[in-house]
Design a protein around this ligand. Structure first.
Ligand code: KG4
Ligand code: ZN
Length: 343
C-alpha cells in the first residue's frame, strides 16, 4: 500500500495542509488564505498573520484529513515548512506538526519553503526536472538557484532590493488597487497597453550579472502617477485607461527582467532546464513570455500551475525526498526565518 505523508505550510499568510502519497498523488489538501484579513493594511502584518494561523490550523487539518479520507493512524510521516518565513507564522505550523509527530510516533521532516516552491513543478508534471535552474518569484523572494537535485540548491542570483511580488504589491497600492497586488495589477493590465510607458528594465543590460532590482522601477511608477519627485499624490485623478496602461507597462517591465535573468542563468550554468515557482509565476504575461523565450532557446521549461505557485502545502511533497534519504528531525526542531545561500 502507498505510504502517506501529512505536509503543513504556514510560512507567510496561507495556512495549508496536504496528505500526499509516495507516488506524489494528492489525496486531500486545503489552503486557507488570509488575503481578506491583510487587505486593509496593504500587506502582511506578521503578528496578525500568526494569530490567524493559530485560528485556522486545526480546521485546516481536520478538513484535509476529511478530504483525504484518512486518520492520524494512516500517516507514515509528518512534514512542515520551517524555513524561511515569518517567525510567528512558521511556529504555528511547526508546533502542529510536532504535536502530530509526537502523538503518532511518526518521523518529523523539515521542508525548506523555497525548495518546495520549485518542487511544485515536480509534483505537477510528474517528471524529474533536476538538475535545473530554479527561479523563485514570490512576495518575499526573487532568487535564482542552481538545483543539482531536489535537496541541493545553491543561490546564484537574486534581488538586491525588493522582491518581484513586493514590487507588484507596492505598485498596486500606488494605483489604488487592492492587495495582493499581483492579481490586481494583472486584472487592471488586461485593458492596458504594455508599450504605453517605457519603464526601466534594471540590470537587463548587464547580461552576466544574475541580479534583479525592482526598487527603481517602483519609483518610476510613483513618478508616473505623482509627477516628478513623486510628491503630488494625484493617483485619484488617473483615468481607468491611464491606470491600465501603467499596470500593463509595469507588468511587462517586471516580466522582461525575470525572463532575461532566467535565460542568463541558464547560459551561465550551461543548464537546459528551468523550473519556476512562487506567487508571481501565476502571472499570465510572465508565463507567456517565459514560454516564448524557452522555446526560442530550446530550454525545457516547467512552471508550476497557478494554484501551486502561491503558497500551498502540496509543494511540501518534497518531504518524500528527505524521507527516502532518511533525513528526519528531532522534536526540538526549530524555525529558521532567514534564507541561507546554500540549502
Ligand atoms: O509565493 P507567495 O504566495 O508567497 C510568498 O512566499 O511570498 O507569493 C505571493 C506574491 C504576492 O506578492 C502577490 O502579489 C504575488 O505573489 N502574486 C502575483 C500574482 N499572484 C500572486 N504577482 C503577479 N501576478 C499574479 N497573477
Ligand atoms: Zn512562498
Amino acid at each position: 500500500m502507498a505510504k502517506k505523508i501529512l505536509t503543513i505550510e504556514s510560512s507567510c499568510d496561507e495556512t495549508s495542509a496536504a496528505i500526499i502519497d509516495d507516488q506524489l498523488n494528492v489525496l486531500g489538501t486545503v489552503v486557507a488564505s488570509q488575503e481578506a484579513i491583510h487587505e486593509r493594511f496593504g500587506g502582511v502584518v506578521p503578528e496578525v498573520a500568526s494569530r490567524a494561523h493559530l485560528e485556522a490550523i486545526l480546521p485546516v487539518l481536520e478538513k484535509t484529513f476529511q478530504r483525504a479520507g484518512c486518520t492520524l493512524g494512516d500517516l507514515d510521516a509528518v512534514a512542515v515548512a520551517n524555513s524561511p518565513g515569518l517567525a510567528g507564522s512558521l511556529l504555528i505550523g511547526l508546533m502542529a506538526a510536532k504535536t502530530i509527530a509526537f502523538l503518532t510516533g511518526k518521523p518529523l521532516i523539515a521542508v525548506n519553503h523555497l525548495q518546495a516552491h520549485i518542487y511544485a513543478c515536480r509534483v505537477a508534471y510528474k517528471v524529474d526536472p533536476f538538475p535545473c535552474v530554479g527561479l523563485i518569484v514570490s512576495g518575499g523572494h526573487t532568487s535564482l538557484f542552481r538545483c543539482q537535485d531536489a535537496l541541493d540548491f545553491e543561490e546564484i542570483g537574486g534581488t538586491i532590493d525588493d522582491a518581484a511580488g513586493e514590487a507588484f504589491d507596492k505598485a498596486a497600492a500606488m494605483l489604488g488597487l487592492p492587495y495582493p497586488g499581483g492579481p490586481s495589477i494583472s486584472r487592471c493590465a488586461a485593458a492596458g497597453d504594455p508599450k504605453a510607458i517605457a519603464f526601466p528594465r534594471p540590470l537587463v543590460n548587464e547580461p552576466d550579472r544574475l541580479q534583479f532590482s525592482f526598487s527603481g522601477l517602483k519609483t518610476a511608477v510613483r513618478y508616473k502617477i505623482c509627477g516628478p519627485g513623486g510628491t503630488d499624490t494625484a493617483s485619484v485623478r488617473l483615468t481607468d485607461r491611464q491606470k491600465a496602461d501603467i499596470a500593463a507597462s509595469f507588468q511587462a517591465a517586471v516580466s522582461d527582467c525575470l525572463v532575461a535573468k532566467s535565460m542568463a542563468a541558464l547560459r551561465l550554468t550551461s543548464m537546459k532546464t528551468l523550473c519556476v515557482g512562487g506567487g508571481v509565476a501565476a502571472n499570465q504575461t510572465f508565463r507567456r513570455q517565459l514560454e516564448e523565450a524557452a522555446a526560442k532557446g530550446k530550454i525545457r521549461l516547467f512552471i508550476a500551475p497557478p494554484q501551486l505557485c502561491t503558497d500551498n502545502a502540496v509543494m511540501g511533497a518534497i518531504a518524500w525526498e528527505r524521507y527516502r534519504a532518511g533525513l528526519f528531525e528531532p522534536l526540538d526542531l526549530n524555525i529558521y526565518p532567514t534564507k541561507p545561500n546554500k540549502i
